[in-house]
Design a protein around this ligand. Structure first.
Ligand SMILES: [Zn+2]
Length: 186
């Protein structure tokens, strides 16, 4: 099945990473070239899309793959990030410097980060434990916010409420539409 989703390529950054955009400005991933092969950065990590068929532009071809993944609900939007910004700020560290660097804390931080990604958040600081503020970027609207993990996770095995992301975010129905992890409205 070939699902087509309206999408477009944005302006590439200094490393020639093209954002793939749906709607007004929602980035669902980046495509870039490595020799003749095209790669896609997604909420699920980096995926090797491959070589485009002869005569097809690789950027548009790789972008189409990303749009299909998005349409199928296998990926969620990701935070806007450019090679320029990464060069200045670097990726966030795994642990807050005040949290003891133990195997248990590292394991916990990895689990929390995987869940944050599923709910369309990108950590902008190290994991501080569940009851301290953590700096996050909202992948849906780009806002930089400080939230407690204990307030972001759901309760009793249920997903969190999509209306409780942060003040000024998209409305709950739109959040649910874009982030499959929230599940259907009850
Ligand atoms: Zn938001």
């Amino acid at each position: 099945m070939n699902i087509s989703t309206a999408h477009r390529l944005g302006t590439p950054d200094v490393m020639r990473r093209y954002p793939v955009i749906v709607g007004e400005a929602t980035i669902i991933g980046y495509v870039s070239r490595w020799h003749r092969t095209w790669d896609a950065e997604t909420s699920n990590g980096v995926h090797r899309v491959g070589r485009p068929p002869k005569g097809q532009a690789g950027d548009a071809w790789a972008a189409r793959w990303l749009a299909e993944e998005y349409a199928e609900g296998r990926i969620v939007p990701i935070a806007a990030r450019s090679a320029e910004l990464d060069a200045v700020y670097g990726p966030a560290p795994l642990l807050d410097s005040r949290l003891p660097d133990t195997p248990t804390n590292r394991q916990r931080a990895m689990e929390v980060w995987a869940l944050l990604a599923a709910y369309a958040w990108t950590p902008r600081g190290g994991y501080p434990g569940s009851d301290n503020l953590m700096l996050l970027r909202c992948d849906l609207c780009g806002a930089l916010v400080a939230r407690f993990w204990s307030k972001l996770r759901g309760r009793n095995g249920n997903p969190p409420s999509p209306g409780a992301r942060h003040t000024g975010c998209l409305d709950a129905a739109e959040v649910r539409r874009r982030v499959p992890a929230y599940g259907p409205a009850s």
